[in-house]
Design a protein around this ligand. Structure first.
Ligand SMILES: Nc1ncnc2c1ncn2[C@@H]1O[C@H](COP(=O)(O)OP(=O)(O)OP(=O)(O)O)[C@@H](O)[C@H]1O
Ligand SMILES: [Mg+2]
Length: 399
C-alpha cells in the first residue's frame, strides 16, 4: 500500500502495547512510521497499530536490546509505564541512538527512593519518608507504604491502623524488585497530575488535571482525570522536580498532592501518562503531546508547545467491571454517541477474568469527554459510562 507520508523507513520501537500505549501507537501509525511493538501479552490491543509485533516482556532488557539491534530501529519509547523508561534509555545509549533521557536520569525517574533523596538535596517539596531495612523500625501513622521500584499501585497501601502495617510492609517487600520498602507520610488533600513537555531544559506545563482516586483497598487508583484544575500552580513544583532529576527533554508526568502546607510532589515520571493524558491534552489544549514524544524519541527537533484552550473542560473517566469472567462488552458505540465524547474503549477481551478493583490494571476501560465547562465534561462522561455494560459471568450465571 502506498505510504502517504513516505516515512515508513523510520523505525520506532514501542515498549508496551496495552491500553496505556494505545494513543501513542495510533499516532505513530497515522504518521506513517514503521512501528515495532513489544508486549508479553499476545492479545495486547495496541498490536493492531504495529507493523511488527514482538511477544517480549517490556522488562526484558536483553531481549529488547537484541530486538532493537536486529530491527535497526531509529528510536525507542516507553509511554505510560515506568520501568521500561530506563530500559529504553539504556538501550538507546548502547546503540548510539538519540534519546531524550540519559541512562542516569532514567534511573532516578524510575525509582521512588532515589527521587526522594534527590528531591531532599534540591529542596523540592515532598512527603517525608524513610526506607525500612528490618521492618522493626518505628513508623508514624497514618502512612503510605510502597515498593520504591514499582508502579501501577503494586505493593502500595495506605496504613491508618497499627494492625495494617505488618501486612502492608510484607506486600510492599514482595512487590519490590530491590527488597526495599518505602514508608511515606500521608499527604492529605486534593491531588493533581501535571503533564508537561521539556525542550532543552525549558519546562512547558500543559494540562494540570485533578486526579480523582478510589478509596482503600484500591488506594491511589485513578478513577478520573479532570481538566481544568484550580491547582494550576502545582506546575511550579513539577518544574522543580524535573530540574532536580535533570529531565531536560521530553514529556513528564508529575503527581502532586496539595497538602495543608502547599503542593508536594508524590513522584515524577519522565514519560507520557498512562491514563490517556496525551489524548486529554490534545482535546483540551490542541497540543499533540503524543507527536511531540514521538519526535524526541526519534531525535527530531521539538519546539516548545504553544497551547490554547479548545474547550472549557475535559475528562478521562475510567470504567470498572464487576468481578468475574468477561463475556461481552456492550454500549461503547452508544457511549461515543453522547455529545462531546471522543471515544470509549474496553481494555479487555471476552474471557478476561476481572478480580476486585485493587490496582490500576484492574480497570476495565476508559472514555474521553469534553464540554464547554468542566462540569459539562464530567456529566457527559457519566452519561456515557452509564451506557457501557460489561457482561460478566460468575459461577456460571450471567448478570
Ligand atoms: N505519600 C503519599 N501521600 C498521599 N497519597 C499518596 C502518597 N503516595 C501515594 N499516594 C497516592 O497513591 C497514588 C499512587 O502513588 P505512587 O505514584 O507512589 O504509586 P504508583 O504505584 O507509582 O502508582 P501510579 O502508577 O498510579 O503512579 C498517588 O497518586 C496518590 O493518590
Ligand atoms: Mg506513580
Amino acid at each position: 500500500m502506498a505510504d502517504p507520508s513516505g516515512d515508513r523507513g523510520t523505525r520506532l520501537l514501542v515498549l508496551g502495547a496495552g491500553p496505556a500505549q494505545l494513543g501513542l501507537l495510533a499516532v505513530a501509525r497515522a504518521r506513517g512510521l514503521f512501528v515495532i511493538a513489544v508486549d508479553r501479552d499476545p492479545s495486547a490491543p495496541g498490536f493492531a497499530y504495529a507493523d511488527r509485533r514482538a511477544i517480549v516482556s517490556t522488562e526484558d532488557e536483553r531481549g529488547i536490546d537484541r530486538l532493537a539491534r536486529a530491527e535497526r530501529v531509529d528510536g525507542l519509547i516507553a509511554p505510560g509505564i515506568d520501568f521500561p523508561v530506563a530500559i529504553a534509555a539504556r538501550v538507546a545509549a548502547s546503540l548510539g541512538l538519540p534519546h531524550p533521557l540519559s541512562p542516569e536520569a532514567a534511573v532516578l525517574v524510575t525509582n521512588k527512593q532515589r527521587q526522594r533523596e534527590r528531591f531532599a538535596e534540591k529542596g523540592v517539596p515532598q512527603p517525608s519518608s524513610q526506607v525500612l531495612d528490618s521492618g522493626g523500625e518505628a513508623v508514624e501513622l497514618p502512612c503510605v507504604v510502597k515498593a520504591p521500584d514499582r508502579q501501577g499501585q503494586r505493593g502500595l497501601a495506605l496504613v491508618r491502623e497499627q494492625a495494617e502495617l505488618g501486612p502492608a510492609i510484607e506486600a510492599a517487600r514482595a512487590a519490590s524488585r530491590s527488597g526495599h520498602v518505602l514508608v511515606e507520610e500521608l499527604v492529605e488533600g486534593p491531588e493533581v497530575t501535571v503533564n508537561a513537555f521539556s525542550v532543552d531544559g525549558d519546562f512547558f506545563p500543559l494540562t494540570v488535571t485533578d486526579r480523582l482516586t478510589a478509596e482503600p483497598p484500591a488506594f491511589g487508583v485513578a478513577l478520573a482525570h479532570v481538566w481544568p484544575s484550580v491547582y494550576e500552580t502545582a506546575a511550579e513544583v513539577a518544574k522543580q522536580a524535573a530540574d532536580a532529576l535533570e529531565v531536560r527533554d521530553g514529556p513528564t508526568y508529575t503527581q502532586v498532592r496539595i497538602g495543608s502546607g502547599g503542593p508536594r510532589v508524590i513522584e515524577l515520571a519522565a514519560r507520557l501518562g498512562g491514563g490517556h493524558d496525551a489524548e486529554l491534552c490534545e482535546a483540551a489544549l490542541g497540543v499533540d503531546l503524543n507527536g511531540l514524544a514521538l519526535a524526541v524519541a526519534l531525535g527530531q527537533p521539538a519546539e516548545g508547545p504553544r497551547s490554547h484552550a479548545r474547550v472549557g473542560g475535559a475528562c478521562v473517566r475510567f470504567l470498572i467491571a464487576r468481578e468475574g469472567t468477561l463475556e461481552a462488552v456492550h454500549g461503547l458505540d452508544d457511549a461515543e454517541a453522547v455529545e462531546g465524547v471522543l471515544w470509549a474503549r474496553a481494555y479487555r477481551r471476552p474471557g478476561h477474568v476481572f478480580g476486585p478493583l485493587r490496582i490500576g490494571s484492574d480497570r476495565a476501560g476508559a472514555l474521553l469527554a469534553v464540554g464547554s465547562t468542566r462540569d459539562e465534561a464530567l456529566a457527559r462522561a457519566a452519561d456515557a459510562a452509564s451506557r457501557v455494560r460489561f457482561d460478566v459471568v460468575d459461577a456460571g450465571v450471567a448478570v
